[in-house]
Write a new protein. Structure first.
Length: 322
């Protein structure tokens, strides 16, 4: 099969397109021929060595495709079924062996590109709203990077739950996308962000701030979060947050900061499929619109990483096998 391999930790140039042996499914696995492969920021963290990995390896964890064979112990997934997944290593390839318990059936009405590049973002948005924090209808939340893959989905799901959504973006095109997703207030990154959020909220700040940017926005996140509010730090697109003195949370308003990871919210198969079912159901009925902003050939995965890290992408990014 054709696949991408990371030859060493580093920049996008360490990704090589070539051939690799076809995987052999174990008793509880299904073999899936990919039709679309999701590209996510976590892939860049692992490639750079911020998260553990041992090169050479095939990157990626998300995709969609058609089941071509199943192991002897698989009973709930069938050959020929359209499926998607978000936590299976080695997904930047034409064929992937996936633990069948981690596969999610793709509902009719959702195309492969959307299914293959949105499940991770959809599940992330779901646990951000119902897991790491629990904002109530009528609350106002701040979503950094509102035009990113998670930001667009999170905004729509938050609006569906009756929340007022403030987002931050970096340019006019991204502002239009965030507005189209339903954001009530779209702000630009900058020195006056804190005063703008405080003005919108009558001086109180927001009870929940969702920060997937990290180093560049964390100080502002602290400054705009209301007394007894929570900052959900779920990514580090601009780099990790430097070491932080927890005592600062006291005078800032008895704030809480959490650094969740999706794996802890979908470890159980029933919880995975509950969250996935709610998200994919919303996509299928049109309640949530998944925007596939970029499509690249699998061979061009390095360019996809370059664009993602330059914040030159919007919505989801997908790799398409030849």
């Amino acid at each position: 099969m054709r696949a991408i391999q990371v030859t060493r930790h580093g920049g996008p140039d360490v990704m090589a397109y070539g051939t690799a042996p076809d995987p052999i499914p174990g008793p509880g696995e299904a073999l899936v021929r990919t039709t679309a492969i999701g590209v996510n920021f976590i892939d860049t963290y692992i490639r750079r060595g911020l998260y553990p990995s041992t090169p050479p390896y095939i990157p990626g964890s998300e995709g969609a495709g058609v089941v071509v064979s199943v192991g002897s112990e698989v009973t709930d997934i069938e050959i020929g079924q359209r499926v998607c997944w978000c936590d299976s290593a080695g997904s930047y390839a034409e064929i992937v062996a996936v633990d069948a318990s981690r596969l999610v059936p793709v509902p009719d009405g959702i195309d492969d590109a959307a299914a293959g590049s949105s499940l991770l973002r959809g599940l992330t948005a779901h646990y951000l709203l119902d897991g790491s924090a629990h904002p109530s209808a009528g609350d106002t939340v701040l979503v950094h990077a509102g035009a990113g893959g998670v930001g667009l989905v999170l905004t729509q799901m938050a609006k569906n739950r009756g929340l007022t959504v403030i987002t931050t973006v970096s340019g006019d095109e991204k502002a239009e996308l965030s507005t189209a997703a339903g954001a009530d207030h779209v702000l630009r990154y900058g020195d006056d962000l804190v005063s703008q959020v405080r003005e919108i909220t009558g001086g109180r700040g927001v009870p929940v701030t969702y920060d997937g940017v990290g180093a560049d926005t964390f100080e502002q996140s602290l400054a705009v979060t209301a007394v007894r509010g929570i900052i959900v730090l779920f990514g580090a697109a601009s780099g990790p947050v430097p070491p932080f003195d927890l005592q600062r949370l006291n005078p800032a308003g008895s704030l809480s900061v959490t650094r969740p990871t999706l794996a802890h919210f979908i470890a159980d198969t029933d919880e995975l499929r509950w969250r996935a079912g709610e998200f994919l159901g919303a996509v299928a009925d049109g309640t949530v619109d998944v925007r596939v902003g970029q499509r690249y050939r699998l061979a061009d995965a390095a360019q996809a990483h370059t664009d993602l890290e330059a914040r030159a992408t919007t919505g989801s990014t997908v790799l398409l096998p030849d």
